[in-house]
Design a protein around this ligand. Sequence first.
Ligand code: SF4
Length: 375
Amino acid sequence: MISLPQAAYIHIPFCKHHCGYCDFAVVAGKDHLQTLYLEALELELTSLVNSQEIQTLFIGGGTPTYLSEPNLQRLMQMLGIWFKNYDEFSIEATPESITAEKIAILQGGGVNRISLGVQSFENHSLIELDRVHSVADIRPAIEMCNDHFPRVSLDLIFAVPEQRLEDWQRDLRAAVDFGVGHISTYGLTYEKGTPLWKRRERKEVVALDEDLEGQMYEYAMAELPRLGLEQYEISNFAKPGQECRHNQIYWANESYYGFGLGAARYLAGTRETNTRSLDNYLKKLFAGESPTQSSERLSDLDRARETIFTQLRRREGILRESFENQTGFSIDQLAGERLKPLLDNHLLIDDSVSIRLSRAGRCLADAVITELMAG
Ligand code: SF4
């Protein structure tokens, strides 16, 4: 059964600087196009026709809080027109872009959850990551967010070149010490074509040893729950009730809207992605055309297989009965004989109500999911 969208994602591509590892749809040095972009975004939103009732609204990027104050204000007004009744309204921010004035605008617009891209509390890692902020920017930004938003999340990256296990342990401890309710931890990836990937190709940078990366992830999985933040997804940890509902909608493989440069959406069983070219995005919308670049109508079987992929990321894994109600297939019908070796190797746990990744399985999540989807 295909559900009505309960989530909306809005992409703001502008950043002060394009970090060397980043493969998202971002633009730097094009601030003069911010106002035009919001005009185009508003045109794209008119495809909704009416104001939509949703549960979660999420503004990501890019750096949404890098928008100028008038543009941020305009974005809040625009979203207030097209969406209503949401109880979770998140925005992504960077430590150096947050100001008291912008926080006031976000609060006025109803934002109640902020996700801060801290990445590390060590300057040498921030330099390796090619970030524009330094450790000195982080404390005031988190304190401001803690003072003004009921829900604050911090993003951290591990397996940064030259990072030691003790650096990562200090990063986690520092994040927890701020008392935030949510922490996301991502292993650094070398996306093809990024400046970081090119540096690795030229041997100017050496990726961290895989075993050490595994130890860092294991440490987060052991330490954060001990400090009160339960792991509720492969990369995400939260205090009870602080889980990101918006991402939970993605992981459940339910429908969602997506607007803006490079944004993806999943509506009525069709996956669509917008163009990642800012020029193209603006041209299309001002010409009265759709910015959609790719569109794929999934078969029922493909949708069910995709649901295995997304739901296994969750702590609760795949709940047999609700999976069958949602997709029309049973998990055993789809993955039957491929489950056994993964269960025998203790990478998956099957308690007959659900199938989920074991702790060892979470360390090898991509390989386990690929194996399960094979064939
Ligand atoms: S601030 Fe975030 S979105 Fe912008 S370039 Fe850096 S990593 Fe990418």
